[in-house]
Every structure is written in structure tokens, then in C-alpha cells.
Design a protein around this ligand. Sequence first.
Ligand SMILES: Nc1nc2c(c(=O)[nH]1)N[C@H]1C(S)=C(S)[C@@H](COP(=O)(O)OP(=O)(O)OC[C@H]3O[C@@H](n4cnc5c(=O)[nH]c(N)nc54)[C@H](O)[C@@H]3O)O[C@H]1N2
Ligand SMILES: Nc1nc2c(c(=O)[nH]1)N[C@H]1C(S)=C(S)[C@@H](COP(=O)(O)OP(=O)(O)OC[C@H]3O[C@@H](n4cnc5c(=O)[nH]c(N)nc54)[C@H](O)[C@@H]3O)O[C@H]1N2
Ligand code: SF4
Ligand SMILES: [Mo]
Length: 734
Amino acid sequence: MSSLRTKNLSRRRFIGLSSCALTTALVGSQVTVLKALAKSGDVSHTTPLPTQDVFTSCGMCVNKCGVIARVRDGVIHKLDPNPNFFAKSRAMLCARGNAGTKVVYDPDRLKYPLIRVGARGEGKWRRAGWGEALDLVAKNMNEIAEKYNRASMMFASTEGTFSEHFFLQLAECYGSPNTLRHPTLCLSSNIQGFAATFGTNPTPDVRNADYIIMSGANRAEALITPDSIDMLKGDGGRRKLIYLDPRFTKTAAKADEWYPIKPGTDMAFILALINVIITEGLYDDDFIEEQTVGFAELQAHIQQYTPEWAEKECEIPARQIRRIANEFANAAPKAVYYQGRRSSFFSNDTQMRRAMAILNAIVGSWDTEGGLLPNQKIALNKHDFLAPWYDDVHERLDKGGAAYLSEKDGSWPIFRERALVAEPYPIKGMMVYKQNVLVSVPDRAKSLALMKQMDFICTIDITMSDTAWYSDVVLPEATYLERLDPPEGLAGPVPVVAFRQPCVEAMFESKPNLWIMQQIAKRLGSEIYATFDFSMEEHIDHLVKKNPQILTDLRNKGVYIEKTEPEYGRFTGKRLRTRSGKIELYSAKYAKKGLDPLPVYRSPEPVPVNKYRLLVGRHAYFTHGTTANNAYLHDIMPENSLWLNPREAKKLGLRNGQRVKVKSAVGEERLKLEVTEKIRPDSVYMAHGFGVLSKGLSNIKGVGGSDAALIESKYCPISGNAAMHETFVEISPA
Ligand SMILES: Nc1nc2c(c(=O)[nH]1)N[C@H]1C(S)=C(S)[C@@H](COP(=O)(O)OP(=O)(O)OC[C@H]3O[C@@H](n4cnc5c(=O)[nH]c(N)nc54)[C@H](O)[C@@H]3O)O[C@H]1N2
Ligand SMILES: Nc1nc2c(c(=O)[nH]1)N[C@H]1C(S)=C(S)[C@@H](COP(=O)(O)OP(=O)(O)OC[C@H]3O[C@@H](n4cnc5c(=O)[nH]c(N)nc54)[C@H](O)[C@@H]3O)O[C@H]1N2
Ligand code: SF4
Ligand SMILES: [Mo]
């Protein structure tokens, strides 16, 4: 095994082989490619076939697991897990990670810059040269700045590529504060709730915890490494996993106990656990005394939340709540109430996450083996640049829309609401990088309306996503297996640094994001370009300047790691990044803002008669709404269906497999019905990623229904995080 840079295959030969392979790859599988190669005469039968094993990181989801790409004859033959990456990915590649080769050799991938010629969304395109396409982007950006304001250009992006940084740099240098990042569709409430309590969003030490409660975190399907693997470690019955989900998921199947909790009531369950732990004196006295503030206030506040009260809300029996509270406290500090990642469930999500944080704190599950660990990353040298100054730029459009709105991430639902009425100013241009707005932001009709009012839309993607389909210019980025991407520290119980190096030459005319950003910057003027005047190699050298060993290890092992086991007690005697410097059970900061300083329970809106609550969530084969068209994954799951409990199906006279109409206040979709005991009678569920608008996704066009078209736009008023489970739907035969 060796890195790209140390192989003896000459570059000239490598390029020759790969370009031959690549034209063939367009029409068939890798096998066809290899056969064609063998026949083409390019491959000499007297010399052994060239072989390369390239260390890189998976780009199929946020986890960035370590990969060894097996490159044969200039074609990526197979992707294997990198055992050196054990600390983060436990030497695993999931189904999606394995299917990564199909991202490169996908006939549907974007090949050239495209310029729209028909009406928006009509799908009529003209192939353009990079020069022409980039000129058009820069021209429109300049016009919007002149006609309106620099803030009238919005920049939507999602992490997962390591090089989103350059896109954000472009936004900053152009002079727009309006960056719309994925956290408000994902984990903003989590970050907010835990940071308000601990000053950081901690990492659970799942591997060493004896008792884990997971609610709204389906780790066996919604993979987060290393948690997904670590939670499965049963050790002679020592380990207990309690799981709460309105659906019987794969995680439920792996758990010791599963409770089909009533959606939106987790906070009642958690508050009741706190109530039992406090009233029965099961908390960690010394820890609370030394490391927390506000216990007296919590003690008084929690009296009302008895298990008997909670049972009526969450439908988990009071005696089970008492037992679980006792078991949890006895296992502490090796006990975690697992905070999960996506917290775009209900509008009370930040306070629900606060309750989780408080529960962990009162049993001392903090900075200790098997508990919550302060978030840590291996720091790299910062990339500083001097952005041009503009006198007349507006503040964020969504400013003040939520109590703690992130300046960098914004809030998609709030932003779009204001943009649609041009209040306080119009939004006229849209740059999109690796975000699928029409699929990932609830209430698709509103996103379409937003796009309709734009003077200009440019999307940088690897495939013809719905958002690309509705754009004016579409720019093809090289896929993650074709790019050199900068090193990045990944948080975890054991932090690591990962990076990407190209396994094959970028196909067709696709280009890495840094190059695209540089070319746009060049056209926007010398002051902006000055901040981009470096090569990726120079950028990487800069990032590892303080510790060049990082790069050496990345090249030789595919990962940089400083220790193999988690470190505990790092914060002993140190101030936390909260106002008091301690864990804030009672949040004085929230009180001052007029927010509940302790979590106050409010019942979710009841499900109206003849309606169902729509739930969304992951499944193991796809990443968000993005990978359903991947040929390998499509094979495993060709379409989505609507889960409905048999009791309700009978009531509605519907049968398994029939097509149904699902109608919410904002949309209507048709898809197949799946009658299953795996869901509560008051809820329905559908997987994400189907019902696409784009006709450039051959495998899934016209198949299944879109959840984004049905979900109403609601959000948490503290974090601005979207609330995706507050939509009710009616079901009828299609
Ligand atoms: N395979 C795969 N893995 C992924 C991703 C992916 O797209 N595909 N995406 C990654 C990303 S970005 C994220 S944010 C994470 C998301 O990770 P998770 O948040 O764990 O995943 P979800 O499946 O979105 O939601 C979890 C579960 O919550 C349940 N649920 C709904 N309402 C309630 C409720 O009120 N209470 C409780 N207790 N449960 C409820 C749903 O039925 C669902 O099974 O996954 C990451 N991992
Ligand atoms: N209905 C519903 N909506 C949701 C969720 C849900 O469960 N249900 N989950 C929410 C969550 S937790 C999250 S994190 C968000 C995520 O949603 P998004 O932020 O939209 O992210 P993705 O869906 O991962 O990818 C978006 C786009 O990136 C493109 N892409 C993939 N790789 C590359 C690359 O290397 N370069 C470029 N330029 N583009 C690339 C894909 O083709 C896709 O069009 O969705 C949120 N929205
Ligand atoms: S969890 Fe799967 S898709 Fe995500 S980075 Fe790891 S291997 Fe890739
Ligand atoms: Mo997410």
C-alpha cells in the first residue's frame, strides 16, 4: 500500500490509460471499462498491470471515513476501508462508501459547464466552455452588487467536502453576509442547547459507556462513526441501550429496550428522569457542587415533572421511567443520554437538548470515561485572508429572527420567509455549492418561489440535482475521488485529521472547487483575487505549517492521529466557555433574553382527526436526498414508500403496495403504501430523496414522492433550526 505520490507508474502513462478508460466508463460499468482496456492494445501483456492504492477520505456523507482506493489501469476498481483510520471509522465503509465508485463512473454526472437556454426548470441546456460560464457568473454577481446590494447575493452551502471553506471565502470577499449553511436544516438546536449548558457540543464516549439512552438518533441507519459501531458493543450484558423512536428502526432491533414514544414528547421523558434522580437523591452531589450552577433552581423547577405526569405525555409507563432513571444514575458517570445529531424535529428542540444536557450533568457524565467528552479537534494553522471592505453592505437578512442565530449559518426557514417578501431588502442572486435546496429545505413550493424571483442562480454540483435543474448556470465539480482536498480536523472521542488526494484524473471538464472559486474571484477583481492567489499545495503546506508530520502521516497512512484512546479530565479545574465558567443547569443568559432559563415542557400540537404526523429520517443506503440515483444504491432501494400502521390502513381501507396520495397544507405527493407494524398509528414516515423534479437523474426520475414538498416551514425560535415533524397529512387512494 502506498500513496499516489510514491508509485513508480509514470504520470504520462497513467494519464494515457485513464483518459482511455474514462471515455469507455461513460457507457458502462468498470468491468466493461477493464475489458475494453484489455482489448484496446494499450495494456501490454508482457508488463504487469499498473496498480495503485491511494489513501483518501470518503465523500459520501459527513463522516469522511478513511478509504483506500484500489486503482487498476487508471480506473477505481474498488474502495476499501483504511484500517489506520480505526479511531474514527473503526475500519469500516458502509454501503454508501462502497458505492462511491459509481459517483465517478456515473453517466448522469455533470460533465461540462452548462448554461440554461429554455425557461427555468425546463431542462434545456447548452454546453459552454469554462471561460464563458465563469464570465456569466461574474457578470451577474457584479450586476447584482450594482443594482441592489452585495447582500442581495445569497450563498448556500453544506460541509462534507473540506473545501466549502473557499466558497465561504468567496462570499465574504464578495461582501455578502448571507451564507446559508446546512446546520439550520440539521444540528443547530443541538449545538445551541448543549453549548448553552456545557460551553461546547460534547462528544459521547459511546465505546466506554455502560448505559446509553438514544432518542431520535437512529445510529444503525443514520450512521455517525464511530458511534454506530461502538453502540453495538455488548459486553456480557454489561452494556444497556435504551432506544426511543416512534418507528421500529434497525437501532430499535439492536437495542435492549425500545419505546415507541409519542413524537415531540421526549422532553417530558427526560424531565421525568431528572425528577426521579433529584427526588430520590441519585445525583452526583460533589460534581454538582464543584462544576455546575443553578441546581437549587432546577430542584424547584423539576418537582412538577413526575413520571406519572410524563407517562400521559410520552406514553412510556411511569414505572419504566423510574427504573430507567435508577439504572442510568447507577451506571453514571459511565452513562450517556446520547444527544444525536439532527435536531430539526420540533420547534422546542433547543430546550429539549438542554434537558438532555442537564440530565447528563447532574449524574456527572462529563469529561470522564464513558460520559460526555468536551469536543476536541486537532488544530491546524488558520487560513487568514484580508477581505475587501465595503461601506454599504447590509446585515444578514435573517438577523434577529431567532434568539441565537449563527452569523455564519443563518436560518434557512427565516431567511426564505424574509426573502420572499424582500424584507428588509431583496435577495436577487443565488450561489449554491453542494447543497440541494429544493430537496433539503422544507416546503419545496416556497423554495421554488424563492428561486423564481432570482435574477441569477448558479449551482456547483457533481450531478443534475433538483437545485441545479432550476439554475441558470451549472458548474461541474470534480468528485471527491478526483480531488486534492485540504486536511481537516474531525472531532470525536479520539480526534483525527483527514484529507483527500486524487485517485484518478478529474473526468470530462470537471474542476475542483478551489479552481472554480479562483476563476470567479479573478473575474470579480484583483482585490478579491488577491485572497485566492495560492495553489492547493501551498494552502495545504500552510495548514500544516506548525506540524509538517500531519502531511507526512496523511500521505503514508491516510490519517494523522495523536493518541489512540480518549483523554479524560481535560477540563478539570478549567473554566468552561459559559458565562459562569461552569456547567449551567440554570441559564442566566437565556433568562436575560426572555427565554426559559430551565426547560419548560409544552405539549406538541395534537394530531388532528383523520390526519397523521409526517416523520422523516435516514436509512442506511442513502445520504439525504442525494444518493438515491447512485446505480449501486438504487439497486438496493429503487423507490420510497409511505409507512402506515395496519390498524389505520384497515380503517382507511388501504392495502399494502397500493399507491396513495399524501396531502399536507403545502403539498401533495403520490407514492407506494407500506403497511407495517413498525410505526405508531398516529404517524406516517417516508424516506428522503425521491419525487425529484430533475430529469437528469435517470434512475429515479418520476419515482416515489418528495418529503420536502410536504413538510411545512416551521422552526425553533432559539436556534432557527427547521422543525420538520410538525406537519400533518391526509392519506387517500391515488
Ligand atoms: N445512512 C445515512 N447516515 C447518515 C446520514 C444520511 O443521510 N444517511 N446523514 C448524516 C447526518 S447529516 C445526520 S444529521 C445524521 C442524522 O441522524 P439521526 O438524527 O439519528 O437520523 P434521522 O433518521 O434523521 O432521525 C432519527 C430518528 O428520529 C425518529 N423520530 C422522529 N420524531 C421523533 C421524536 O419525536 N422522538 C424520537 N425519540 N424520535 C423521533 C425518526 O423516526 C428517526 O428514526 O445522520 C448522519 N448519517
Ligand atoms: N425532508 C428532509 N429534509 C432534510 C433532512 C431530512 O431528513 N428530511 N435532513 C436535513 C439534514 S440533517 C441535512 S444535514 C441536510 C443536508 O442536505 P444538503 O445540505 O442539501 O446536503 P446533501 O443532500 O448532502 O447534498 C447536497 C448536494 O451536494 C451534491 N454533492 C455531493 N458531492 C458533491 C461534491 O463533491 N461537490 C459538489 N459541488 N457537490 C456535491 C449533491 O449532488 C447534492 O445535490 O438536509 C436536511 N433536510
Ligand atoms: S459513514 Fe459511509 S458514507 Fe459516510 S463517510 Fe463513512 S463510509 Fe462514507
Ligand atoms: Mo445533518
